[in-house]
Design a protein around this ligand. Structure first.
Ligand SMILES: [Zn+2]
Length: 185
């Protein structure tokens, strides 16, 4: 799938795992159990990438815009998230894009600047027989439905767990906005 959807899923993964982090001090070395959560975030990122890639999909976002969008979304999400979660968000994001970096980055570089770097695909969901990629433009509705499902699940997890990951001042702002709306209604 487009990197943007992997990125979105990685934010939801970090939000879901955020409840399990013990150490709230960003600058202290993570405890053993926090290290396990961080490692779990990276592995989960890779596995969810596999699930998304085996799901039938085409590519609604052109590749350059897709990469730029992810590179914009990542710092934006850090900006609105609690600071002690930055490392968790970063490892979940790294896990979510890792398979594409390993398997597809050299191919993309070759195509863009004409190099002939070796292209080796080690993740099975990038192999033709397991990949859900649709390149001939068919099954658009099916692909659109799966993209909507990924977005809906990710946004639902982010919304449900917002008190855990959203920065306090933004959280209280959204709550006060709601209560002022209620007063006006
Ligand atoms: Zn992939």
């Amino acid at each position: 799938m487009n990197v943007t959807f992997h990125t979105l899923a990685s934010f939801a993964t970090a939000a879901a795992l955020s409840a399990r982090l013990e150490n709230r001090n960003l600058w202290r070395f993570p405890s053993a159990s926090d290290t396990l959560i961080l490692g779990g975030g990276f592995i989960t990122g890779i596995l969810i990438h596999g699930i998304l890639d085996t799901t039938p999909h085409n590519y609604p976002i052109p590749s350059v815009i897709d990469i730029l969008l992810s590179l914009i979304l990542f710092p934006l999400f850090l900006l609105i998230a609690k600071r002690y979660l930055w490392l968790l968000i970063a490892v979940c994001f790294a896990g979510a894009i890792f398979p594409d970096l390993v398997d597809l980055a050299t191919n993309m570089v070759n195509r863009r600047i004409g190099t002939s770097l070796p292209v080796v695909k080690i993740f099975p969901w990038h192999w033709r027989q397991y990949s859900g990629s649709i390149y001939d433009g068919s099954r658009r509705l099916e692909s659109a439905i799966y993209h909507l499902v990924v977005a809906a699940i990710s946004f639902s997890i982010l919304y449900i767990s917002r008190k855990r990951w959203l920065r306090g001042e933004l959280l209280s702002k959204s709550t006060s906005d709601k209560s002022s709306d209620a007063t006006h209604n």
